[in-house]
Design a binder for this molecule. Structure first.
Ligand SMILES: [Zn+2]
Length: 684
């Protein structure tokens, strides 16, 4: 590992800081915190923190010694001034006299000591930084260091690797107790460079930002070299194709879902993120996977993201997926039962004060295939997968130099259920479609894009399918980094199959499909070319059938129901003159919706349709609006609001109708009219 320090970059940030009143030490604290944060081998998703002690002038002109420490949950790679709240040091230092202190009381004292009372909460490891006397303190959970210290003889290995420059602090749960233990060890041993926190991480310090940072790099490099010398080389493992991942992921996802007992028909679902690096494949294909997979986390704060153990499934055989599904469900049930027992046992130990988290796995290992990270959102799934990859590396390397050993199950419970750790995960209030995956066809167009946006705002992960990939990509970009653009020509069975494989591989499956892609053809029905009729049927009927079939296949593999939504338009119930080539396949599409509702209701799959009219979109362009309103002698505004309510209907109105149908768990075979009122198109 090389130092990322570049003099010119450091001076740039110092110069920029000077303009907004940030002193040199603080600017360099920001600089090296970012350097640490950008390397996942040092710091991953909120693990790790840094601090600076300096003198500040308060509002009354008095000098006050403060600790600037990373805010809890802040991303070190992007840290700025707000991510380093300043806390008065002297009240914190005095706390050392106390034997112990409750979390709430400690947080209260920290908050009362903030210079800016509106600042974010400081890191849960603030007291470690407060007690150490050094100006700059850096703390990481560097993977290579964890491999060295997650050992039965971790202390001996530390002495061998770090040669006494880091003192060894035996395992204590993060927080006040660890801070006290660490300062005791420091004062006894007076190590030159920092501390090792057993089974947890590394601390380095210095009188300058560069000194503390480069000590971190040097110590981690020593650990890396120690491990690298002993690591056995392995050949590149065989890798399965993405179509196979797409087949297996929905089975895994279904097995790792649970019924919502408070709301019949609802499920608690997770989103998946697949990984199959060489390191992952070598690990999951190893002979001692049974032991290693159950050995525990590499550092305590991972427990909140990955739980203490992954779910391990048998290798799936492509020809025997039904058998794989059965075994996967059994294994997931056993996982949940074990998690429940673990919770009960340790909750009893602490006096029944904790609330059980959901018992679903956050990491699933599938030998021969890869690993899945699971989370309530795609982002959470990615974080779980990142941490699982680090765990794989940490455990594999620990085994290369000795034998991996984690903290005890009781210690893991104390971290997993520590309120200050749980606080890193943010608010438990979730939007209604959280955990669900929605695929929208024709998502590059007005109604599709508005629908994808509305579903994403309601918490769903969204895939935007369109024959025009650039249009889908543009709309996905507007929604956010997790939105997935996929090219999909619904007139091609192969294209639809590939698109749904891509959705299943990216998210683990699909729960809601909005079958929206369409285009209009005209012609007087007695004279129209058969070719025109066939073209329209390909897109406006068979397109929907292909999409619904592909979705139902995934939904059945998941076994958690689902929702098919069709854009049928008013033509399905109220034909317009010379619109037969468009209206007739749309009428067939309405029948298709009802058939899906009938045939798959028993599987919990609902089918509904929206009957919308006169929406500004690719089917009703600005030019068409101009010519039609002129032909009828109306203003454009009167033409667009020519309905019972006298209101123009927008793509957002249609999107809200689809959203309502997705949420209405007791509604199937419904047609919702979104046209401002048109008696001739009303359902009867
Ligand atoms: Zn830590």
């Amino acid at each position: 590992m090389k130092s990322g320090w570049v003099d010119r970059d450091a001076e740039t940030i110092v110069a920029a800081g000077a303009k907004s009143g940030i002193d040199r030490d603080l600017a360099l604290r920001i600089y090296t915190t970012r350097l640490l944060g950008r390397d996942p081998k040092l710091v991953l998703h909120g693990g790790g923190n840094t601090s600076l002690k300096e003198v500040m002038r308060d509002r009354l002109g008095a000098d006050v010694e403060v600790l600037r420490v990373k805010a809890t949950g802040a991303d070190m790679a992007m840290i700025d001034l707000a991510g380093l709240p300043a806390v008065r040091l002297s009240p914190l230092r005095k706390l050392r006299a106390l034997g112990e202190i409750g979390d709430d009381e400690l947080v209260g004292i920290e908050r009362a000591s903030l210079i800016d009372l509106a600042a974010a909460n400081p890191s849960v490891e603030i007291m470690l930084h407060a007690f150490l006397p050094h100006k700059f303190v850096d703390h990481t959970h560097a993977t290579a260091v964890l491999s060295v210290i997650d050992q039965p003889d971790g202390e001996k290995k530390c002495a061998e690797v770090f040669g006494g420059r880091l003192a060894f602090v035996p395992y204590v749960m993060p927080g006040f107790g660890l801070a006290k233990k660490a300062i005791d060890v420091f004062e006894r041993a007076k190590p030159s460079d920092g501390l090792i926190l057993s089974k947890h991480g590394i601390v380095t310090y210095g009188e300058s930002a560069r000194e503390a940072y480069e000590r971190m790099i040097e110590m981690v490099s020593r650990a890396e070299e120690f491990v690298a010398r002993r690591r056995k080389s392995v050949s590149a493992p065989a890798r399965r194709g993405s179509a196979e991942v797409a087949q297996i992921a929905p089975i895994v996802r279904g097995a790792c879902s649970e019924r919502d007992k408070t709301n019949e028909g609802a499920w608690r679902r997770l989103v998946l993120e697949f990984r199959a690096t060489d390191a992952v494949l070598n690990f999951i294909n190893a002979k001692d996977l049974a032991r290693l997979s159950q050995a525990g986390v590499v550092t305590p704060d991972h427990a909140i993201r990955t739980k203490n153990w992954p779910l391990v499934l048998p290798p799936p055989e492509p020809a025997k997926l039904a058998e794989f599904a059965r075994v996967a469900h059994d294994a997931a049930d056993q996982f949940a039962a074990r998690y429940h027992r673990y919770f009960e046992q340790h909750n009893a130990r602490v006096g029944h004060i904790k609330h059980e988290l959901d018992p679903l796995p956050r990491v699933v290992l599938v030998p021969g295939l890869g690993l899945f990270g699971l989370g309530r959102t795609k982002r959470d799934a990615e974080i779980a997968a990142d941490i699982a990859e680090t765990w794989v590396e940490g455990v594999s390397d620990a085994e290369a130099i000795g034998r991996f050993e984690s903290i005890s199950e009781a210690d893991m419970f104390d971290c997993e259920y520590w309120p200050l750790e749980q606080a890193k995960l943010g608010s438990p209030k979730e939007p209604p479609l959280t955990g669900q995956i929605a695929a929208v066809t024709g998502a590059g167009g007005a109604i599709g894009a508005a629908t994808a946006k509305a579903f994403a705002a309601a918490g769903a992960e969204v895939a935007l399918l369109d024959v025009n990939f650039a249009a889908a990509r543009e709309q996905a970009k507007a929604i956010g980094p997790s939105a997935l653009p996929v090219v999909c020509d619904v007139t091609s069975a192969a294209s639809v199959r590939a698109a749904f494989d891509a959705v299943a591989a990216a998210f683990g499956g699909v729960d809601i499909v909005v079958s929206n892609a369409g285009a209009a053809w005209q012609g007087r029905i007695g004279e129209v070319d058969e070719d025109v009729m066939r073209k329209s049927f390909e897109l406006n009927f068979y397109g929907h059938q292909r999409v619904a079939q592909a979705a139902v296949k995934i939904m059945l593999a998941q076994g958690t129901g689902g929702c098919l939504l069709f854009n049928v338009s008013k033509q399905a119930v109220n034909p317009g003159p010379n619109f037969g080539p468009y209206g007739i396949p749309k009428a067939a599409e309405l029948a298709l919706m009802r058939q899906y509702a009938l045939d798959y209701g028993g599987d919990g799959i609902r089918a509904n349709a929206v009957n919308a009219d006169r929406i500004r979109s690719g089917l009703l362009t600005a030019d068409m609006i101009a010519s039609r309103s002129k032909a009828r002698g109306l203003s454009e505004k009167d033409y667009m609001s020519g309905n019972l309510l006298g209101r123009e209907v927008t793509a957002d109105d249609v999107a809200q109708a689809f959203l309502h149908q997705a949420l209405a768990l007791k509604t199937t075979a419904d047609v919702t009219t979104v046209d401002g009122g048109n008696i001739a198109a009303a359902m009867r």
